[in-house]
Design a protein around this ligand. Structure first.
Ligand SMILES: [Zn+2]
Length: 475
């Protein structure tokens, strides 16, 4: 198969006209005239732009798969409108199946009767946009064993009517009473999430936790992986896993730790305090990341650490510096959202990839201005981080954000906080292809050159419209 158009090779060759594929490998690149002459029998296809296959460098595909099957109630403020969506979903779902959803914001707490009328034969549980409250119907309350006698759990409230009966509205930790009886996501959700990413033109996904690796192994063993999967294990069960490749589509590659929380909940761990005097939260203690990280490295795995706040970034870089002598793989710093000048200087000399999600800026710019007034220059330092020369990889953190390439393109090329920190469209593409492949430790990927795997993304009007995966064309 011969594909031609604007071919971005991500190699010294730069832009070429055509690429020739043989089986699941790239066999040749060059001008259309040369390749047509060399492979006269090849089937030819034109695409406006052809790039190495896109990587989604930070995602939770099982959670994304779960979200795809949930009602998207974003923007709804009227409980009646929400109930109408629930009723539609109920008509399409066999009785007894759970209806999930989230994203609404109400002025007053609605009651379960509205949901009972919409879905009398299904348990329903919906969450507000900030996830701090939930709305259940009677079936869901019954399955959770919630009655008038159920006490409010610590940190939570069951909203009740004048007779003391739970109304179906649950605040904060009370939501867990329902959530713990809901079916856990499984293989179907992982597969759904991965297939959705494949449809969006991604050929590789870096899995960042919250799913058991045995599910990915099942998909790999039965040849059902629709993308190449780079897998970071959750830290509580990494010792059960055998590091390395399963076939050529799944690599059990690393262990993931969380050095802190997130800015929106003021749990990002900061050197300078928030306006209320707090500094955020350290989640996995640095001593634990050091000791468990050492054990993981010795077992042949890599190390991935979530660090959003300045203090978390500072601490994690110290850990990386200490562990570097025994590491055989590239370290990964996930998010690196707030970085001081002192830490920028500490990046030099580390074998480290920076895994960033510029699209968070689209929602977080306001939060930064509010929570970190005067320190805006330390937030999302895309250009400064780029200038370190370390591999930069872009992802979405789906389901936190939708895995849309154009959101990273928009946020990174038009930095909402500091235009001088913007990147070019070509750099964004690099971070989603070559940069991400280097961050995975897959040097043969993310480029269009002879012998590289035939994983390509195909574009029209600046958007992915299809892909080539293992040499197979999918439009
Ligand atoms: Zn994440």
């Amino acid at each position: 198969m011969l594909l031609y158009g604007r071919v971005e090779t991500m190699t010294e060759a730069g832009q070429v006209e055509a690429v020739y594929l043989e089986g699941d490998r790239i066999a040749d690149v060059g001008s259309l005239q040369d390749l047509s002459a060399r492979y006269p029998g090849a089937k030819k296809q034109f695409f406006e732009q052809i790039t190495p296959g896109l990587h989604e460098a930070h995602a939770h595909p099982q959670m994304w798969g779960l979200q795809l099957d949930s009602l998207d109630l974003e923007g709804l403020t009227d409980p009646q409108a929400v109930a109408q969506q629930v009723a539609e979903k109920a008509r399409a779902l066999p009785p007894g199946g759970w209806i999930r959803g989230g994203g609404y914001l109400f002025r007053a707490y609605p009651t379960r009767e509205l949901l009972d009328a919409a879905a009398p034969h299904h348990p329903v549980f919906l969450q507000s946009r900030d996830r701090h409250s939930g709305w259940a119907n009677t079936r869901a309350l019954e399955q959770a064993g919630i009655t008038a006698q159920t006490p409010d759990p610590p940190g939570g409230v069951l909203v009740r009517d004048a007779q003391g009966q739970p109304t179906g509205y649950l605040l904060e930790a009370a939501q867990e009473l329902v959530q713990r009886v809901m079916p856990k996501p499984g293989l179907a959700e992982l597969e759904r999430g991965l297939h959705d990413l494949a449809r969006r033109g991604y050929t590789a996904v870096h899995h960042m936790g919250w799913c058991h690796f045995s599910l990915a192994e099942q998909l790999a063993e039965s040849g059902r992986l629709p993308v190449r999967l780079w897998w970071a294990l959750d830290r509580d069960h990494w010792r059960e896993a055998r590091p390395g490749w399963r076939g050529d589509s799944l690599e059990i590659a690393a262990v993931k730790f969380f050095a802190d929380g997130a800015l929106g909940s003021r749990t990002a761990w900061m050197v300078e305090p928030y306006p209320d005097g707090s500094h955020g939260l350290a989640l996995d203690a640095l001593e634990l990341i050091l000791s468990e990280g050492r054990a993981a490295l010795e077992a042949g795995l890599g190390l991935v650490v979530h660090a959003i706040g300045t203090r978390a970034v500072q601490g994690v870089l110290e850990v990386f510096h200490q562990l570097q002598p025994i590491s055989r793989r590239i370290f990964r710093l996930e998010h690196a959202q707030h970085v001081r000048d002192a830490e920028l200087a500490r990046l030099a000399g580390l074998n480290l990839a920076l895994s960033l999600q510029p699209m968070h800026l689209l929602g977080d710019a306001e939060l930064v201005r509010f929570h970190l007034k005067g320190q805006e220059h330390e937030a999302f330092r895309l250009r400064d981080l780029w200038k370190t020369g370390l591999p930069v990889a872009f992802g979405s953190d789906a389901p936190v954000m939708k895995p849309l390439y154009e959101l990273n393109l928009q946020a990174a090329t038009q930095h909402p906080l500091n235009p001088a920190q913007s990147l070019t469209p070509a750099e964004v593409l690099w971070a989603h292809t070559r940069g991400a492949a280097l961050a995975a430790g897959w040097p043969q990927h993310g480029q269009i050159r002879p012998e590289a795997p035939a994983d390509l993304t195909l574009w029209e009007n600046g958007r992915p419209v299809g892909r080539v995966f293992r040499g197979g064309l999918e439009l």
